[in-house]
Design a protein around this ligand. Structure first.
Ligand code: HEC
Length: 202
């Protein structure tokens, strides 16, 4: 416990104010923030979150056409750290979980690389949120269409008819997420018995 009883009142006020600032700096404003018109604020520091996995040539929708035309795009999946820790304990995603799917163009001959592909420029950013206070459903997908290679500060929700909802709703191992592609987490879900009923990894 912090005992401020010995401090004069003015120092106590300063101390409490400083503590509040430290909490805000350390904890940030949280990964999940909306605008007043229900757009998702771009989670700027997602690259400091927990990295779940990369895929190559695993994009769907318009980006997939680009994928089939040349060397495949990379995708990287991130989740906010609090939710990752919670998943390790329970095998489920807590409320207010945010995922970011970052898509990058492949690069050839970058630096010393001869024949392989490394991850280059950003090609797309999408997000998925679990929020039980969501107006139309618990899981919502958001898009951040790039402008001159940069994501906008806010992203709109995809309509419920978008194929994100059907593909994720049908093919995912845990809740609405592709845990079958995330090393470590798939084993956790198996141990905790939280795979969807009947889910089998081919
Ligand atoms: C045909 C199936 C399919 C469709 C359609 C689809 N996805 Fe996915 N999505 C995947 C797969 C497979 C993964 C696993 C990660 C990977 O690709 O590396 C994934 C992963 C994700 C993730 C990471 C969290 C998770 O659920 O595992 C996000 C975020 C995401 N997709 C967003 C979207 C959005 C937004 C749309 C719609 C615009 C969409 N997806 C449409 C198959 C799909």
């Amino acid at each position: 416990m912090l005992d401020t009883g010995e401090m004069p009142l003015s120092s106590r006020t300063t101390f409490v104010a400083a503590l509040a600032c430290a909490v805000v700096v350390l904890c940030g404003a949280g990964p999940l923030e909306y605008t007043s018109d229900a757009q998702l604020k771009y989670p700027e520091n997602y690259r400091q979150w927990v990295f779940l996995s990369s895929g190559s040539g695993m994009t769907y929708g318009p980006l997939a056409e680009r994928d089939h035309a040349g060397p495949p795009l990379f995708d990287n999946v991130f989740v906010n750290p609090e939710s990752y820790r919670s998943f390790l304990e329970t095998g489920r995603w807590p409320n207010k979980t945010v995922f970011v799917l970052e898509i990058r163009k492949p690069e050839v001959h970058a630096s010393i690389n001869n024949g392989g592909y490394s991850q280059g420029e950003l090609a797309g950013i999408e997000a998925e949120v679990k929020d039980s206070s969501g107006a139309s459903g618990t899981w919502t997908f958001y898009g951040f269409p790039l402008n001159a290679g940069k994501p906008p500060g806010t992203g709109k929700a995809f309509p419920r008819t978008a194929n994100c909802y059907s593909c994720h709703g049908t093919n995912t191992a845990v809740e609405n997420t592709f845990v079958q592609f995330y090393p470590v987490l798939f084993d956790v879900a198996q141990q905790k018995g939280t795979l969807k009923p009947g889910f089998k990894r081919p």
